[in-house]
Design a binder for this molecule. Structure first.
Ligand code: NAD
Ligand code: IPM
Ligand code: MN
Length: 351
């Protein structure tokens, strides 16, 4: 019997609804594999911020560190500025734990309709590897200059040789274990000064991974190609902001942002990794019990992979796929009328 210690932060909005769904599925699949999870529930959220003036306690990072992994729902609530909720919890965790890879797989499941004609079931199976700790999301130089008519906001984008190299190596390695194709999202026509450096490092790392076929696309053209022919992509590696945008785009291509999972990984395992759906707290549907739990449940499957239970992880993804292929149980974002709970039951029944 293996027990993993998991810090659980449901957070805000639908984070409170999809997190229990993911834990139920984890417990169910764990029973089949002799794995148990010791959850530490943490109420870190905008509600806590309103109550106590901070999203998490001062020793929050230390407390998370004592766990094998972190599971997060989503943070963000109307009335609390997003920069408070995000810089107060999500971003510090990604940084403190050197979760420099944000892995975001995308599949068009059988039984789901992509809004695109070009993306039938089985046609799309790609992953976005997003740089997750630097780039456009840097803390350096972020300032709003007020007090004169030409107000301005500035922020430095930071691309370090070490930071870019490590995420590229991860992406090339992942491509090598998949279909062997890597696309680098760039904007190297000289307007964005950081990108020629990114490209230079891509060429450098490509030489170390000769079996991977790679190319690069300007981010604007890449968005168009993802819409026109998503099936051609295997691994897409991108900077923090480009990867953020691409992963909502690819999620929508697969049918709904509600189904997209993510793994914030520290590949060296020196720190806990964090698993969370790609979507946010969705205040527009929160509290109604109709959020799609697939993104959270699939994120739990990514956590199982990371913890060394790949078979259990694959079973969870297979149960999601079977539910979508063999039933018409769907949440409203996918055109159905099932609740979060009903969909979760259907997945557990197929484990
Ligand atoms: P969002 O992902 O919360 O919602 C975008 C749209 O997608 C909404 O219409 C929502 O109803 C729908 N949607 C999202 N997830 C869904 C699901 N599981 N099932 C069905 N429909 C779903 O993005 P947003 O509106 O840009 O942001 C809302 C809040 O969430 C903001 O405060 C934002 O900062 C925060 N946010 C947090 C995270 C995170 O914690 N990781 C990620 C993204 C956004
Ligand atoms: C995501 C989210 C976050 C990001 C926001 C909420 C800071 O959009 O995880 O994709 O941009 O990283
Ligand atoms: Mn995002």
């Amino acid at each position: 019997m293996t027990t993993h210690r998991i810090a659980v932060i449901p957070g805000d909005g639908i984070g409170q609804e999809v997190t229990p769904a993911a834990l139920e599925v984890l417990d169910a699949v764990g029973r089949r594999h002799d794995v148990t999870f010791a959850y530490t529930p943490l109420d870190w959220s905008c509600a806590r911020y309103r109550r106590e003036g901070a999203m998490m306690p001062e020793d929050g990072i230390e407390r998370l560190r004592a766990h094998d992994a972190v599971f997060l729902g989503a943070v963000g609530a109307p009335g609390v500025p997003d920069h408070v909720s995000l810089w107060g919890l999500l971003i510090p965790v990604r940084r403190a734990f050197r979760q420099y890879v944000n892995l975001r797989p995308v599949r068009v499941f059988e039984g789901l309709e992509s809004p695109l004609r070009t993306a039938g079931p089985g046609d799309v199976d790609l992953v976005v590897v997003r740089e997750n700790t630097e780039g456009e999301y840097s803390e350096i130089g972020g300032r709003l200059h007020r007090g004169f008519p030409e107000e301005m906001a500035v922020q430095e984008a930071v691309f370090t040789r070490a930071g870019v190299t490590r995420v590229l190596d991860y992406a090339f390695g992942r491509a090598g274990r998949r279909a062997g194709r890597l696309t680098s999202a760039t904007k190297s026509n000289g307007i964005v000064h950081t990108m020629p450096f990114w490209d230079e490092l891509v060429r450098e790392r490509a030489a170390e991974h000769p079996k991977v076929a790679w190319d690069q696309e300007h981010i604007d053209a890449l968005c168009a190609k993802v819409v026109l022919d998503p099936g051609r992509f295997d691994v897409i590696v991108a900077s923090n902001l480009f990867g953020d945008i691409l992963s909502d785009l690819t999620a929508a291509v697969a049918g709904s942002i509600g189904i997209a999972p993510s793994a914030n990984l520290n590949p060296e395992r020196a720190y806990p990794s964090m698993f969370e759906p790609v979507h946010g707290s969705a205040p527009d549907i929160a509290g109604r019990g109709i959020a799609n739990p697939v993104g959270a449940v699939w994120s739990a499957a990514l956590m199982l992979d990371h913890l060394g239970h790949e078979r259990a992880g694959a079973e969870v993804v297979a149960a999601i796929a079977a539910t979508l292929a063999a039933t018409d149980v769907r949440t409203p974002d996918l055109g159905g009328s099932a609740t979060t709970e009903e969909f979760t039951r259907a997945v557990i029944a197929r484990l």
